[in-house]
Design a protein around this ligand. Sequence first.
Ligand code: 13P
Ligand code: SF4
Length: 315
Amino acid sequence: MGSETKSVEWLREEINKLKKEKNALVMAHYYQREEIQEIADFIGDSLALARQAAKTDADIIVMCGVHFMGETAKILCPEKKVLIPDTKAGCSLADSCDPVEFKEFVDSHPGHTVISYVNTSAAVKALTDIVVTSGNARQIVEKLPEDEKIIFGPDRNLGEYINSVTGRNMLLWKGACHVHDRFSLKKIIEMKKEHPDAKILVHPECRRPLQLIADKVGSTAALLDFAQKDDSKEYIVVTESGILFEMRNKCPQKTFLAAPAEDSECQCNECDFMKINTLQKVYECLRDETPEIIMEKEIAEKAVKPIQRMLEMSN
Ligand code: 13P
Ligand code: SF4
């Protein structure tokens, strides 16, 4: 069922009414549009969204993020209705890991523990021993015996970062996120010259040279936390620019500068998949209770184990 476009105020009011009527929880990733973060009951990074989904007593979850986030919520809460505003909200990183090819890679390296980043399809999670997010990957890898042979997929930049901080030599799948992989080292160094006191905050999905010039490497939640506790006044933020909204909310007295991508004229770097969700779509999906995440039972039953292992191993 379609709808004419309504004002932001009208949509906010209707979404709030529907949330109450249907006992629905609206969750949003930090990369969502500001107006979606504003109406969400919960905003967070991938780890916080998974944790919150696992413990909510809502009947309906509206996951404003990308498809794998909705899938993760559904895998953790199979009895709940999990809605996503737009099924086209995919993820280039998840797409860089085809389950058939990943299985061949895993099968050709027997004796390895398979760790997959949460940015993967349920089919890849079903081939995995432990799922991680950027917020707990280091902690989980460090809990494994030092001589454990590990395959890490699909993000090679996060994998290189974890190898460098843990001294491990995990075998890496060569996937990447099209947003984080295209930040420009040159442009960020130029920005740093113009803002010499600004600290550089880098997501570990960015390439290694950017990780090396960072004052802090971390998940979106870790970068936000650093900015809140640190005593600097200015930051260059090298991740999807949606996080700047919550950084500015939490630290109104500080200046946050979005880092630009290599090939863009624009002063920031946005994920088209994340930005495909709009307030109008959130309203319509809550009103019509569609699109809903529907999972194949067999895949979901396999994929839940490595996600639960992640939740048990990280605190
Ligand atoms: P985090 O939420 O773990 O920081 O990951 C960022 C991301 O790319 C989500 O798609
Ligand atoms: Fe996927 Fe990258 Fe977009 Fe995150 S920012 S959803 S990893 S494409």
